[in-house]
Design a binder for this molecule. Structure first.
Ligand SMILES: [Zn+2]
Length: 373
């Protein structure tokens, strides 16, 4: 049993956050003395090594997940198609649970990319590519950029690799008024989730941008998905017409992209977030202090493929979605090292848009104005 195997490490793990009663916040953990910080790093590293040493794949559980989700998603699309002519309001209502199922499928693709969903690399590749047609996200390309995100998350000197663009207070102050306005618009939830993220999924991911243009694997992956999408969506449009296909799938991908964008945002963007320069940055601290534990209701954990246990996922990406909770239960100490966010608390995180390097915390635009006066 996993729990038995780690029992000997429980005492060491309990050192993670010192005083159990106080439930110290990650900022306090990060700001603790150098000896305490060294101890935290050692224990976290031991737990991460323990996670990494084990094969977490469970093909049967993964297959059951796919068998429950993929047909339900297709049924959702079929129900939407059945109502598109006579009751479009019903089509739009049905788009919400269907988009939720697409988010869950995205997490399966994500796990395939980490090699944690099936024990077979080929099986991960096949399912990941199949799901990518629906998520409109090129499998191999995203897998590579997402691996870079895991390797650099929270590193101030290595930003722009799969993270939500974030600037420091000093960088904001050095910007032109137009640049500041642009950043404020970009960071606004209506723009980011309602416009920016859907455009990224539907349009930008069709093109090799930035480093992808110089990477043959990414180039092939993007081209491969474009061809598959042309065949699937083009075929559907030839059969049913362009307007019905757009009327059914556009709301699904827009809602799913917005939910996915929100999850990605809240996983690393909160007041006590972790941003450090390279000489002070460590992978284990970035994983634990820089990734939230999004404490969602059970039904939302299901739809979002348990990605709310993000601190565990960053500590060991080889743990598939259906085992993350087991790990959290086995090492409750890890939760005290991470930032726990309830659904209600998470909505308050929108205002945090700038990293204050001196205060070592995220601040709002209002805080930035205040600190200048
Ligand atoms: Zn990941």
């Amino acid at each position: 049993m996993f729990t038995d195997a780690i029992a000997g490490r429980r005492v060491a793990a309990s050192q993670l956050c010192g005083n159990r009663e106080t439930g110290a916040a990650p900022s306090a953990y990060a700001a603790s003395g150098s000896e305490a910080r060294r101890s935290v790093k050692t224990v976290t590293s031991q737990i991460a090594q323990h996670f990494a040493a084990r094969d977490w794949t469970n093909n049967r559980r993964s297959l059951v997940q796919v068998a429950c989700t993929l047909p339900a998603f297709v049924a959702g699309l079929a129900a939407m198609a059945a109502t598109v002519e006579d009751a479009y309001w019903a089509t739009l209502l049905l788009a919400i649970p269907t988009a939720g199922l697409l988010v869950r499928l995205f997490i399966f693709q994500h796990d395939c990319g980490h090699g944690s969903f099936f024990s077979s690399r080929a099986a991960n590749g096949i399912l990941g590519r199949l799901i990518s047609i629906f998520t409109m996200t090129p499998y191999e390309h995203w897998k590579r950029s997402h691996a870079a995100h895991h390797a650099t998350s929270g590193n101030l000197d290595d930003r722009g690799k799969g993270d939500v663009p974030t600037i420091t207070l000093n960088e904001y102050r050095e910007m032109s008024p137009l640049g500041r306005l642009g950043y404020r618009i970009f960071r606004h939830p209506v723009f980011l989730l309602g416009v920016g993220v859907p455009i990224n999924f539907i349009i930008l991911q069709r093109f090799p941008l930035g480093e992808a243009a110089r990477d043959p694997i990414s180039l092939r992956s993007i081209a491969e998905l474009n061809v598959m999408m042309l065949a699937v969506y083009g075929g559907a449009m030839a059969l049913f017409g362009i307007a019905p296909v757009v009327a059914v799938y556009l709301p699904v991908i827009v809602v799913a992209a917005a939910i996915g964008g929100w999850l990605f945002f809240i996983q690393h963007n909160y007041e006590e977030a972790y941003w450090r320069h390279s000489d002070d940055w460590t992978f284990h601290e970035a994983s634990l202090a820089g990734s939230s534990y999004y404490d969602l209701p059970a039904v939302l954990h299901w739809f979002t493929g348990n990605i709310g246990y993000h601190h565990i996922h960053h500590l060991c990406c080889r743990v598939p979605n259906h085992r993350l909770r087991d790990c959290m239960t086995a090492f409750p100490e890890l939760n005290r090292g991470a930032k726990r966010l309830s659904l209600r608390e998470s909505f308050g995180c929108w205002k945090f848009a700038l990293w204050d390097d001196d205060a070592r915390q995220m601040i709002s635009f209002k805080d930035a104005e205040r600190s200048r006066s």
